[in-house]
Each structure stands twice: as C-alpha cells, then as structure tokens.
Design a protein around this ligand. Structure first.
Ligand code: PMV
Length: 329
C-alpha cells in the first residue's frame, strides 16, 4: 500500500478566484493554465496499520500543526477506498512553498495520485481531477498535460467540475513562463482566505465574473491557434482584474511589493520597444512573465538585472501527473 507520484506546478492564464461551494471546492468561474515543466513535487504515500496517525513530511520537515486540508484529503481517499489505515506522507518540491508559486497545486496533485494508487483505487483522469479538486482547486489542473482547462460546472454535486488537457505539451513547445522570484517567504494571506474575502466583501466581484467567460474563450482559442499576443494580453489583463478585486476587499489584500511593480512596468516598457512579453501574478508578490522561446534568454537577462529579483525559473509546457517507482522512503 505504497505509491509515489510526481506532478508539476501550473500557472493560471485565466485565474480561478472564488468558490461557489467551499466544502466541495466548486469554483465561481472556469480557469485555464499551463502545466509547468521544471517546477515539480514528488510525493510518496504509504498506508499501513503500523501508523497510529497520518504523518506529513514536506521538504524534510515534519508538519506539526493541524494540517486540516491535507488530513481531510487523506480521509476522503480512505473513505473512497474503504480503508482505515493511516499514512506516512513524504513530499519534496524543487521550488518555494506557499509564496504564490502554485506549490499547493503540484503538492495536492502528487498527493492525490500517490494516495489513490497506494489505497488500491483505480480512477480515470477525469475522476482524478475531481478528487484532486476537493483538496485544492488549482491542483486539479496539475493532473493534466500541457494546457489545461478546469470547467466551472453547473451541478451542485460537482461531478461536472473537472479539469482536462485542451492542448498537449508538444502543441506549443515554444511557450515559456519565467517565474521571477522577488520573495521566497510564506505569504500572509492564503489564496483560500483571499478568495473568500473577495467573494464576501468586494463590490467589483460581479464585474470579474461577468468578464471571465470572454477571457476563457480568447485564451482557449489563442492556445489552439498559437496566437501568443492573444493569450498573453488576455492573461495579463485577467491577472490585473483578479488583483483589482483583492485590493478592494475589506480589509484590502495587496500582495505586490515594489519589485513586483518594477517588473510589471519593465515588461510593459520592453513590450512597447518590441520585445513581446506579458506578466501574470497569483496570490503573492512573484511575477510570472510569459514569452516565447525566441525571447527567453534576453528576458531572463533583463529580469535578473532588476532590483529585488532573487532568481528566475524558466518553464515550458510540461507533463501531467504520473506515477514513479522511485519511492522517497
Ligand atoms: O487552489 P488554490 O486555493 O491554491 O487557489 C489558487 C488561486 C490562484 O493561484 C490565485 C489562481 C489559480 O487559478 O491558480
């Protein structure tokens, strides 16, 4: 009853922001992302009678406080599989955890696949994304290869809110996301808390929801047509709209720090000068710069020389979650 899985992070081009059902994690809007090759989490899960409770070790550190999201997810898997054994979970990521870099996405995707396999369940990809979604919404997209869409769905039980690959990684291998790190520490407000506060208190949230379907259509088409300007410009505006809703909650949530703005202004300036790149940010200060392979070197050089930039990590469209036979313990 032991299995290991690997999953990549993903960067949302059209953001998931707000839940219509918090216990099932059903989103108010659909979202589209690129699964990022190069930013991954590997997780081994073993269920056994020898464990008195679930133990979670992330990057060599045992989590001591009550990790209710992870524990709740393990309970969900046990219930589905009809087993009682507790688990030892060991996980490693090769990028900063909880700094708006989608670590929860790769983490929950790898955890779900490993736990499902270790529990003896057999689920198809769609079922796996539905189960993963209940641990962390954005993680449902990390199950899928290349470019993924997580459908909002209409049903109250969430059975039509799943993620699927809309283009494989080989469809657009020149697409790049340069994660530009300006802060590695844990963020103060989690995306979960931030989106709840937005739904509850932002006067502009309806405007966000009203405009998302057009953004989804533009990015979906842009990916299929490999129209970089369409995808990049829509993604950038979508991220700004999401941040506009957070900034206008009570109390305000402002994830940006001076270096975030420095990068945003620089990207816009470079674009005016003919170097085509766009930015997007999640619930954190780090900026993800979208570009094509032809400009990757130049942009990496320019971004690295800006004040406050700690490092850049370049990602191309990557694989979906997969099993591995190299266990972590
Ligand atoms: O799935 P969560 O709770 O980590 O929320 C993710 C929210 C954003 O990263 C801001 C947007 C997204 O779609 O990934």
């Amino acid at each position: 009853m032991k299995a290991t899985a690997e999953a990549n992070a993903n960067i949302a081009l059209i953001k998931y922001w707000g839940k219509r059902n918090s216990s099932l994690i059903l989103p108010c809007n659909g979202s589209i992302s690129m699964t990022c090759d190069g930013m991954h989490t590997k997780t081994t899960v073993e269920f056994s009678e020898k464990y008195a409770h679930d133990t979670i070790i992330i990057n060599d550190e045992e989590l001591k406080k009550d990790e209710k999201d992870i524990l709740g997810h393990m309970e969900r898997v046990r219930k589905l599989a009809g087993i009682k054994e507790h688990a030892r979970i060991v996980s490693e990521s090769n990028f900063p955890v909880a700094a708006g870099l989608a670590s929860s996405a790769s983490g929950f995707a790898a955890l779900t696949l490993a736990a499902v396999k270790a529990a003896g369940l057999s689920l198809d990809e769609r079922e796996l994304t539905i189960l993963t979604r209940q641990g962390s919404g954005s993680a449902s997209r990390s199950i899928c290869e290349g470019f993924a869409e997580w459908h909002r769905g209409q049903k109250v039980d969430g059975t039509d809110s799943f993620a699927e690959s809309i283009a494989r990684k080989g469809h657009w291998p020149e697409f790049r996301m340069l994660a530009t790190i300006v802060q590695e520490s844990k963020k103060k407000v989690s995306s979960r808390a931030g989106m709840k506060q937005t739904v509850d208190t932002c006067p502009f949230y309806k405007g966000w929801l009203d405009s998302v379907d057009a953004d989804l259509q533009a990015v979906r088409e842009g990916i299929l047509e490999k129209d970089f300007s369409k995808v990049g410009s829509t993604a950038e505006q979508n991220a700004l709209k999401m941040h506009a809703t957070m900034m206008t909650t009570k109390p305000a949530i402002i994830y940006w720090i001076p270096a975030t703005l420095e990068i945003m202004h620089s990207v816009m300036q470079w674009r005016e000068e003919g170097l085509e790149a766009y930015f997007t940010m999640d619930a954190g200060p780090n900026v993800k710069v979208l570009c094509l392979e032809r400009d990757e070197k130049e942009l990496t050089k320019r971004l690295s020389s800006l004040d406050g930039v700690i490092k850049t990590i370049s990602c191309r469209p990557g694989d979906g979650a997969s099993l591995s036979d190299k266990h972590l313990f």
